[in-house]
Design a protein around this ligand. Structure first.
Ligand SMILES: Cc1cc2nc3c(=O)[nH]c(=O)nc-3n(C[C@H](O)[C@H](O)[C@H](O)COP(=O)(O)OP(=O)(O)OC[C@H]3O[C@@H](n4cnc5c(N)ncnc54)[C@H](O)[C@@H]3O)c2cc1C
Length: 461
C-alpha cells in the first residue's frame, strides 16, 4: 500500500458527509477493516455538519411528521472507525495531494485553517441551489436543501397564519396567506404539498382563517412537474394539486420579488411573504475551485469507474459528479452516454462501487464500472397522497404514498433510526398534529437580551 501522506498509513480523504460521503465511508470501514486495525489505513471524513441529512424526508420534517433529529444521521456514531472532522474543505491541491480545511474552531477562534495530506481523494460535496439573477430573490427567497431550512420554513408558515389571524390590515393578511414555490421537481412539489396539508390542518384552530383564504402557488418554467415520475404521473400530480385549490402555473417564470411583491411572466403581480426557491441545483463551488476537470455544466468529469477523468487518486460521485450512465444509450451511435441524474438513488449505489474501487486501488487490484438502470421515483403529495412510477408500474394516491414511506424508511441508515421514524409515524396516527411555531428557537438569546437591556427590543422601546 502506497502512503505519501504518512510513513505508515494510507489516508483516504472524503470531502462531504452526505449521501455519497457517508455511504462511501461506511463501506470503506468494512472493506478496509484489516488495514484500519493494523494502522495501515486511515479514513478522514470532512463535513461542515456533524451529521448526514436524509434529504427525501425534509418535506415530512417540514410538515412535522418526522422530528428534525430523526432526518439526520450522526456521523461520529455510524463511522466509529473514521476520523470525522467538522469543517469545510476550502482549497484542494491535488497535484500535491493536500487539502485545506477550515474547522469550526478556526471560525470561532480565528485559529486559521490547516492542511491535510492524503493518498486518495473522494470528492462528494453535493450541490447547492441554482439561483438566477431575479431581482429581490437573494433578499427574500428560502431554499429547501437543509434540515435548518425545512424547520425554518415550517415555523415561518405557521407564523404567517398567526400574522394573518392577528392583523386588521387586509394587505398584510393577503401577503401572509400567499405561499409561492418556484420549481416543480420533487423538492418543490413535495415541500409545497406537505406544507399545504399541514397548514390546512392547522387553520382549523384559527377562528378567523379558513383553508380557502390561503393561496398556495407553484410556479414551473416548463410544461410539466415531477419529471422524475414520468409524464402521466406528472399530469396526475397537477390534477391532484389543482383539486386541492393549489394554483399550479406551468410555463411560467418568476420575474421579480422585490419588496415582497411577486411578479410572474404571465403578467400577474401579488404580495407574498413566502417565496421558496427549488428551481434546480448546481455542483458545490468547491468543485470549480479544485482545479480538477469539469464538464460544461460544472460537474466533475468522471469515468464509469467513478475516477475523476485524467486525475489519478481522485474519485467522485453524487450530485457534484458527471458519471456516465452506461445503461442509457448515447444520443448518437459514437457519442458519450448521458450523465447519471443527480439523485439519491444513484448517489447510494455509486457510493458502494466507489468504496470498493478505492479499496481495490489501495491494494493494487482491478476497479469496476458503475452501472445502474434508473428504477423510477416515488413522491409524496401530503399525508396519504402520492405518485410513483417504479419499474414501469404507475401508482397514485394512498398506495403511492405508502410506497414512498416504505421505500424511504428502508433506505434510512441504521436500524435504530428506522425504528424511531416508524414509532413517530405510528404515534402521529394516534394523536393530533403539532401545529405550534417555534420560530423563536432561531434567536434563543432574545428573551435574555431583553431582560439584560441589551437586545433589539430595548433599542426600539
Ligand atoms: C428536499 C429534497 C428531496 C429529495 N428527494 C429525493 C428523492 O425522493 N429521491 C431521490 O433519489 N433524491 C432526492 N433528493 C436528491 C438527493 O437528496 C441528492 O441527490 C443526494 O443527496 C446527493 O448526494 P450527495 O452526496 O452528492 O450530496 P449531499 O447528500 O448533499 O451531501 C453533500 C455533503 O457535502 C458537504 N459539503 C459541501 N461542501 C463541502 C466542503 N467544501 N467541505 C466539506 N464538506 C462539504 C455538505 O455539507 C453535505 O453534507 C432530494 C433532495 C432534496 C433537497
Amino acid at each position: 500500500m502506497k502512503t505519501p501522506s504518512s510513513d505508515d498509513a494510507a489516508r483516504v480523504l472524503v470531502v462531504g458527509g452526505g449521501y455519497v460521503g457517508m455511504y462511501t465511508a461506511l463501506r470503506l470501514q468494512r472493506t478496509l477493516k484489516q488495514e484500519l486495525r493494523q494502522g495501515r489505513a486511515e479514513i478522514v471524513v470532512v463535513d461542515p455538519d456533524p451529521y448526514m441529512t436524509y434529504q427525501p424526508f425534509l418535506p415530512e420534517a417540514a410538515a412535522g411528521a418526522i422530528s428534525p433529529r430523526h432526518v439526520v444521521v450522526p456521523l461520529r456514531r455510524v463511522l466509529p472507525h473514521c476520523t470525522v472532522v467538522v469543517g469545510e474543505v476550502t482549497a484542494l491541491d491535488h497535484g500535491e495531494r493536500k487539502a485545506t480545511i477550515a474547522t469550526l474552531a478556526a471560525a470561532e477562534t480565528g485559529d486559521g485553517a490547516f492542511t491535510v495530506p492524503y493518498d486518495e481523494l473522494v470528492l462528494a460535496p453535493g450541490s447547492v441551489s441554482r439561483t438566477l439573477p431575479v431581482p429581490g430573490l437573494a433578499d427574500v427567497g428560502i431554499g429547501f436543501k437543509t434540515v435548518e431550512e425545512a424547520i425554518g420554513l415550517r415555523n415561518h408558515v405557521l407564523e404567517q397564519l398567526d400574522i394573518a389571524s392577528s392583523t386588521r390590515d387586509p394587505d398584510v393578511r393577503d401577503a401572509a396567506l400567499t405561499f409561492v414555490f418556484v420549481g416543480g421537481g420533487y423538492a418543490g412539489v413535495e415541500a409545497l404539498a406537505e406544507l399545504e396539508d399541514m397548514a390546512r390542518y392547522a387553520v382549523r384552530y384559527y377562528h378567523n382563517v379558513r383553508p380557502e383564504d390561503m393561496k398556495w402557488i407553484l410556479v414551473e418554467a416548463t410544461g410539466r412537474i415531477l419529471p422524475e415520475v414520468g409524464p402521466d404521473m406528472g399530469r396526475y400530480a397537477v390534477r391532484e394539486l389543482r383539486a386541492r385549490n393549489i394554483d399550479v402555473r406551468l410555463e411560467t417564470r418568476l420575474e421579480s420579488c422585490e419588496g415582497r411583491v411577486v411578479r410572474l411572466s404571465d403578467g400577474s403581480r401579488f404580495p407574498a411573504r413566502t417565496l421558496v426557491w427549488t428551481a434546480g441545483v448546481k455542483p458545490h463551488p468547491i468543485v470549480a475551485a479544485s482545479g480538477l476537470p469539469l464538464t460544461d455544466r460544472g460537474r466533475l468529469k468522471c469515468t464509469a469507474a467513478l475516477q475523476v477523468d485524467g486525475a489519478e487518486h481522485a474519485w467522485a460521485a453524487g450530485d457534484a459528479a458527471a458519471v456516465p450512465d452506461v445503461t442509457a444509450p448515447p444520443a448518437t451511435p459514437d457519442g458519450p452516454h448521458p450523465e447519471c441524474a443527480p439523485n439519491a438513488q444513484h448517489a447510494v449505489r455509486q457510493a458502494k462501487v466507489l468504496a470498493e474501487n478505492v479499496s481495490a486501488a489501495l491494494r493494487g487490484g482491478p476497479v469496476r464500472d458503475y452501472a445502474h438502470k434508473y428504477a423510477g421515483s416515488v413522491a409524496s403529495l401530503g399525508l396519504h397522497k402520492g405518485v410513483a412510477h417504479v419499474y414501469g408500474r404507475k401508482l397514485k394516491g394512498y398506495p403511492a404514498w405508502f410506497m414512498h414511506r416504505a421505500y424511504h424508511l428502508s433506505r434510512v441508515p441504521t436500524a435504530n433510526r428506522k425504528a424511531r421514524i416508524l414509532a413517530e409515524w405510528t404515534l402521529a396516527g394516534l394523536f393530533k398534529r403539532e401545529i405550534v411555531s417555534l420560530g423563536s428557537l432561531e434567536n434563543p438569546r432574545a428573551e435574555f437580551e431583553l431582560a439584560a437591556g441589551t437586545g433589539r427590543h430595548n433599542e426600539t422601546t
